[in-house]
Design a binder for this molecule. Structure first.
Ligand SMILES: C[S@@+](CC[C@H](N)C(=O)[O-])C[C@H]1O[C@@H](n2cnc3c(N)ncnc32)[C@H](O)[C@@H]1O
Length: 212
């Protein structure tokens, strides 16, 4: 699994110099090294670009790596709203998005994402692309909110759904979130409002199209 992903990363998704600097800035600020993999980032860029999404909601910003990948997909015409618990993380993410040329196309809402999502529902906001990559305990709740906030045909992409392969391989060392991901994958796979598939890139991403 890791060998396959290393091969894919080396063949298709060499880290570019700008994203290398983003990774360095995250390390220099003492933040965790848990950004999406280069291939996962490229997949996000391609999905936003192919779908033509212009209104993107991200849950979990960290230092802005995935935010830049999402914004690269919509270019000069889209908007990214990003929800992040930590003020310090959102500041670094915003600084990195600004350096990438997306300063006036991104807004950060800090605090627990569940509260921010409730506010977005109250404000009647709608999005055509979602990226869920925050606390695993709330993935099911985030999914419900994303469906509520979705325009018809919107895409919901969720990271870490393979939990290092442990959801599929009972011999693999379980992760803290293995059981959560198994339950989440079952929900996504059987949801009447979603058409979904799991792509085994990075730590695994589900891609769901909202059928409403
Ligand atoms: C895996 S990191 C996100 C990585 C980022 N998407 C990237 O690839 O560049 C998860 C982020 O979710 C944030 N987070 C955790 N719990 C949260 C919550 N309840 N509400 C909002 N953000 C949360 C963390 O602070 C962290 O920055």
């Amino acid at each position: 699994m890791n060998l396959v992903n290393s091969y894919i990363d080396s063949m298709f998704s060499k880290q570019d110099a700008f994203l290398e600097k983003v990774i360095s800035s995250i390390q220099e600020n003492g933040m965790p090294s848990i950004s999406v993999s280069p291939s996962s980032g490229k997949l996000l860029t391609m999905l936003v670009s192919i779908s033509g999404a212009k209104s993107v909601l991200e849950i979990g910003a960290l230092g802005g790596y995935s935010g830049i990948c999402l914004a690269r997909g919509f270019g000069k015409e889209g908007k990214l709203t990003s929800l992040e618990l930590e003020e310090k993380y959102a500041k670094l993410a915003h600084s990195n998005l600004s350096k990438a040329g997306f300063d006036d196309q991104v807004s950060y809402i800090t605090g627990p994402a569940l509260q921010s999502l409730e506010q977005l529902v109250d404000d009647h906001k709608r999005f055509d692309f979602f990226f869920i990559d925050a606390d695993k305990e709330n993935y099911e709740n985030y999914l419900k909110y994303c469906i509520e906030l979705a325009k018809p045909g919107a895409l919901i992409v969720t990271d870490n759904v393979l939990a290092g392969g442990s959801v599929a391989n009972s011999g693999a060392k379980p992760k803290r979130y293995t059981e959560l991901m198994k339950k989440f994958n079952a929900t996504v796979a059987n949801h009447s409002q979603l058409e979904s598939l799991l792509i085994p890139i990075g730590d695994g991403m589900t891609i769901s199209k909202v059928k409403k």
